[in-house]
Design a protein. Structure first.
Length: 269
């Protein structure tokens, strides 16, 4: 029998650390399966799923930019993710060959800040893509205060605030930060190969938290700026590992060894 496998798809895909994470867990558990990266262009998404759907060895895939929204058109949506988060980051194949999508990003985003009381707190989210959708969905469940979304396309940002029932404002990307308890970079700015995120953190209070979803590089200019100001921060590996753990269980049917997180972070750093 062909060895079971899963993969991560995106465009670009070379930056993805998912093969390292899932490969580490598979090896630690001695599980007979592999995990790899697969470069899929936007116009090849339909063919990709058509081909994988007929492969019994394929357990599914994780999805990174820019496919998190478009992939919904090619798989079943039993959890009605389309009308809630509106983006998926994990697709699994069942024994009947049916592919279904889900999203582990929202729970992955929340895990590192679960102990922080954000009730009524003002929040800033940078970006309005698939990752931002998951962040805003999570924030909408936490009873946060006003949410300011900074994005190049202000109308898109405003639509997302309305979609998730969040009060706040949509502003151009270059706008000054309002005072906030939490600032989340949910854009690709600052990622390897992408423009830097240029933003002034001075308006933030001393107890503000900076959360950058970008993980390549691990220490982004935003996190460096946060450290220079003495602000607490959360790096992209925190969310990446948390969401990957949920996806791993969906794809392979077993829980990952989270007691090995310290070794995994060292491997990824």
């Amino acid at each position: 029998m062909t060895q079971p496998y899963a993969e991560v798809i995106g465009d670009p895909i070379g930056h993805s650390k998912s093969p390292i994470i899932h490969g580490f867990w598979l090896k630690a558990l001695g599980h007979d399966a592999t995990y790899r990266a697969c470069h899929v262009l936007p116009d090849g998404l339909a063919d990709y799923f058509a081909t994988r759907r007929s492969d019994p060895a394929w357990r599914g895939c994780n999805i990174t930019v820019p496919h998190k929204i478009a992939a919904l058109d090619h798989v079943a949506d039993p959890g009605n993710i389309r009308s809630t988060i509106g983006a998926i980051n994990t697709v699994a194949r069942d024994e009947q060959g049916i592919c279904f999508g889900t999203n582990t990003d929202a729970a992955g985003f929340y895990a590192p800040i679960a102990e922080i009381d954000l009730t009524g707190a003002p929040i800033v989210v940078i970006g309005a893509g698939g990752a931002a959708r998951a962040v805003l969905f999570a924030l909408s469940r936490l009873g946060v205060g006003p949410v300011t979304v900074l994005n190049r396309n202000v109308l898109k940002a405003a639509a997302l605030l309305a979609r998730f029932g969040l009060k706040g404002a949509a502003l151009p990307l270059e706008s000054a930060l309002p005072p906030a308890a939490l600032v989340v970079n949910a854009s690709t700015l600052g990622m390897v190969g992408q423009p830097p995120l240029v933003i002034d953190l001075d308006p933030l209070p001393e107890d503000a938290i900076i959360y950058d979803l970008v993980y390549a590089p691990l220490e982004t200019p935003l996190l460096k700026a946060a450290r220079a100001r003495g602000l607490d921060s959360v790096d992209g590996l925190e969310m990446l590992i948390s969401q990957a753990a949920l996806a791993f269980e969906i794809l392979f049917g077993i829980e990952p060894p989270r007691d090995e997180d310290e070794s995994l972070r060292a491997l990824l750093s």
